[in-house]
Design a binder for this molecule. Structure first.
Ligand code: NAD
Length: 334
């Protein structure tokens, strides 16, 4: 029987891996390891037909060479990102890399809408008041209906289009801005042709563009200068698309009345780590955490049972296709 080896296995993947293995029982032998691909495993590669990785740091080019020497010409990375691979080297060696381009856009869309609702209805303030046994009806918990709001969606791809669809269901007036408008969405949103027009008109702004070089600080002082006073701002895309200092200035001036950030430009040192009772040296993050009109979450918008299962199923199905000589679906260097 063919054998595959799954590297970088994390605790939170175990159930999803069990599910995949029981669905493919008798079809393939699977070895799991929490180790990353490295020298300790080279001796075993002769008995392995396919592999999957989930590395977050650069994969040593020499390791790719070793894989090719052992006849392994495909690596299935269990993430959307594949910047840990040097694709030029992979191409020279004839190694194909696959990724998981989309694992559950609905999960992120629902999270973004949840945050919009929380901001609009001051959920954090209500919880904080009640935790202090304050049950009165202060003005700071009087909300609005989402139905009455104009909501701007920047990036109407897989995630943004779902956000628009859910909000359209609430009855909100949804406006979209995208480099490539999708005419199929025109029944649920109205496209505008500039970010300035979007923020001038909208009560809520939710962002769903990739964190590419071109999009670095896409949301900046200039954008906030054009925004309608009291804007509610949600970022579940990438920290790098927002100039955090500009956001802080907009929060200070009241241009932005509240924000929910699932990503933060310098999140790497903190997110996915338990920082309880430890000092946070990052003054900007510390400052954001101290504000009662900013909701921070540690890049978890995607984090659902469905997404975790897809993050295992899609790459492992690709490994199976590879070892059986079938077409691998999610190759990033065709
Ligand atoms: P997608 O490629 O399907 O859609 C992105 C859209 O943005 C495209 O329609 C594109 O044309 C548009 N776009 C790109 N740059 C633009 C610009 N400068 N101006 C206007 N429009 C622009 O991507 P997706 O699957 O919807 O994902 C969006 C982003 O969500 C991802 O790139 C990632 O950064 C983020 N994400 C976050 C999480 C999380 O857990 N928080 C998880 C997965 C993805």
């Amino acid at each position: 029987m063919k054998k595959i080896k799954i590297f970088d296995v994390r605790e939170d993947e175990h159930q999803a891996l069990e599910n995949w293995m029981s669905a493919h029982q008798g079809e393939v032998e699977v070895e799991l390891t929490s180790d990353s691909l490295g020298e300790a495993h080279f001796d075993t590669l002769d008995q392995i037909d396919g592999i999957s990785t989930s590395q977050t740091t650069t994969i040593n080019n020499n390791y790719l060479k070793i894989l090719a020497e052992h006849g392994i010409y495909h690596v299935a990375q269990r993430s959307a990102g594949y910047d840990m691979f040097d694709l030029d080297v992979a191409n020279q060696l004839g190694i194909k890399v696959s990724n998981v381009p989309s694992y559950s856009p609905q999960s992120i869309a629902e999270f973004a809408v949840m945050r919009i609702l929380e901001l609009v209805r001051h959920a954090y303030q209500i919880d904080q008041n009640v935790s202090q046994q304050c049950f009165d009806w202060s003005m700071n918990i009087q909300g609005r209906t989402v139905e009455s709001l104009k909501i701007g969606v920047i990036g109407t791809g897989r995630i943004g289009s779902r956000v628009a669809k859910i909000l359209n269901g609430f009855g909100s007036q949804v406006y979209g801005y995208d480099l490539k408008p999708n005419s199929e969405l025109e029944s649920i949103l109205t496209y505008v042709d500039s970010v300035e027009t979007l923020v001038q008109n909208c009560d809520v702004l939710t962002i769903h563009i990739p964190g590419s070089k071109d999009n670095h600080y896409f949301i900046n002082q200039h954008v906030f200068q054009h925004a309608k006073e009291g804007l509610l701002f949600v970022n579940t895309a990438r920290g790098s698309v927002v100039d955090t200092q500009a956001l802080i200035e907009a929060l200070d001036s009241g241009v932005v009345s509240a924000a929910a950030l699932d990503t933060y430009e310098n999140e790497g040192d903190y997110f996915r780590k338990d920082w309880s009772n430890k000092h946070i040296a990052d003054q900007t993050l510390q400052g954001l955490l101290g504000r009662d009109n900013v909701l921070i979450s540690p890049h978890v918008a995607f984090y659902t049972d469905e997404a975790v299962q897809n993050l295992v199923d899609i790459p492992l199905d690709d490994v199976l296709s590879y070892i059986h000589g079938k077409e691998v679906k999610n190759i990033v260097n065709p």
